[in-house]
Write a protein that binds this ligand. Structure first.
Ligand SMILES: Cc1cc2nc3c(=O)[nH]c(=O)nc-3n(C[C@H](O)[C@H](O)[C@H](O)COP(=O)(O)O)c2cc1C
Length: 164
């Protein structure tokens, strides 16, 4: 199958998760393109779309929301999986729940929507971002669980092989 993996990422952690998903799907025999949401010109070439975003202030990033809006009609005819990357479930953090990402995903009939813990590294951020993150109580660290990412990608591959 030809699969598009596209994720909005400001500081790279969601992008690296997108790449890990893509590698796993390639290992399962699929042809996969990783393209930033703003750079996607058409979803027509793809059978499957895996779209995601880092969560900032309870929202998917604008680039990802705009992707869903631009291709709303075409995505109805595709098999879609969606993922968010945020601080939900990170130890000691009582975060905003990144599954509550506003209306962005409510129009997409994703086969599964998954939330991964992300990374917060203050040295990568502007002073303003660090202030917002401090107010939100975001905990420093890299909480990405690569085995969870691979398992989710494997669940996509399994679903695709069932339907072949
Ligand atoms: C200013 C700021 C606001 C954030 N807001 C949220 C939030 O509302 N919910 C959440 O779960 N995580 C939040 N996070 C955590 C990010 O989603 C997390 O750091 C993510 O891994 C960033 O992805 P990126 O490296 O791809 O940009 C926030 C982080 C920052 C710096």
């Amino acid at each position: 199958m030809h699969i598009l993996v596209t994720a909005a990422s400001k500081h790279g952690s969601a992008h690296e998760i997108a790449e890990a998903i893509a590698h796993r799907l390639e290992d399962a025999g699929h042809s996969v393109d990783v393209v930033a949401p703003a750079a996607v010109e058409s979803v027509d070439p793809y059978d499957v779309v895996v779209c995601g975003s880092a969560v900032y202030i309870l929202q998917w990033m604008d680039e990802a929301k705009s992707f869903l809006e631009r291709f709303a009609e075409q995505l109805k005819t595709k098999r879609v999986w969606a993922f968010s990357v945020g601080m939900n479930g990170v130890p000691k953090h009582a975060p905003q729940d990144p599954t509550r990402i506003g209306p962005a995903l409510t129009h997409v009939l994703a086969i599964d929507k998954h939330t991964f813990a992300g990374r917060y590294k203050p040295s990568l951020l502007s002073l303003r971002e660090r202030s917002v993150a401090r107010l939100a109580g975001v905990v420093e660290g890299d909480f990405r669980d690569w085995s969870e990412v691979e398992a989710w990608a494997d669940s996509i591959a399994a679903e695709l092989s069932d339907k072949d």
